[in-house]
Design a protein around this ligand. Structure first.
Ligand SMILES: [Zn+2]
Length: 243
């Protein structure tokens, strides 16, 4: 049976001599795994459709729940992701975090457009870190790990000075209300999160504060998924190198 899906490549792993196994995130079927044959041979017609973040209409052959790519046409090449390292690393985090926080065969229109919009912004605009942070905040919410409102959950005060965060319920606390299991985070992290969630991504945030917020979000996702977010580490290392 043939199936047509609009999908983006989250992950591509070499398989056998010249094939690849793709993790696709599709509008129609959510996350699916599909093999694509012969794409490592020179002149392979479908090579473009096996590149990370290729956004294509894929024609898949489905047999007993397994998919093979038999045709593809580009929707967007997202070319800058392949030529600009910061854009590449930022979009790699989008792909890895999405892969970690979703299960196969569950489609979600909202999450699909959130993902495509985040990749578009990273590719076409120059606020890569902010676009990534906004995406991760929404992704954790959709995945059932919403980070609670930026104020002390116990006394309701806006927090100034020292801030504490409990990963269990993703809640913030002031110094006087903090429970034993809450960890201290920086006020810059807290303020960057507060600005983005309350005022949207149109507001300027200092890059150094955004980096602190991203490290916090990576840590939080790692706790919730109990796996390392390798692309997050690569992005942080790369930023250190360029700044
Ligand atoms: Zn308090």
């Amino acid at each position: 049976m043939e199936v047509i899906v609009n999908a983006i490549v989250l992950r591509a792993v070499d398989y056998k001599d010249s094939d690849k196994i793709l993790t696709l995130y599709s509008l129609e079927r959510g996350k699916i795994t599909a093999s694509i044959k012969g794409v490592k041979k020179s002149g392979a017609k479908l090579k473009f459709a096996s590149e990370p973040f290729a956004f294509c209409e894929y024609v898949l052959a489905e047999k007993q729940g397994r998919y093979t790519v038999i045709g593809a046409s580009y929707i967007d090449t997202f070319f800058s992701l392949r030529t600009n390292m910061l854009k590449y690393y930022a979009s790699a985090v989008v792909g890895e975090a999405l892969n970690r926080l979703t299960v196969e065969n569950e489609s979600d229109d909202g999450l699909f457009s959130l993902t495509i919009n985040a990749i578009k912004k990273i590719n076409y605009q120059d606020n890569e870190l902010k676009s990534l942070a906004v995406f991760l905040i929404s992704l954790t919410e959709i995945a059932g790990y919403k980070i609670q409102k930026a104020s002390c959950v116990a006394c309701g005060d806006d927090i100034e000075g020292r801030v504490f965060f409990s990963t269990k319920n993703a809640e913030f606390y002031c110094l006087s209300c903090r429970p034993d299991d809450a960890m201290e985070i920086t006020i810059e992290t807290y303020n960057a999160l507060k600005t983005l969630t309350e005022r949207g991504d149109g507001v300027d945030i200092m890059p150094s504060h955004l980096i602190k917020l991203l490290k916090f979000l990576f840590y939080y996702i790692e706790i919730k998924t109990e796996t390392k977010l390798k692309s997050g580490t690569s992005l942080v290392d790369f930023i250190k190198y360029i700044m």
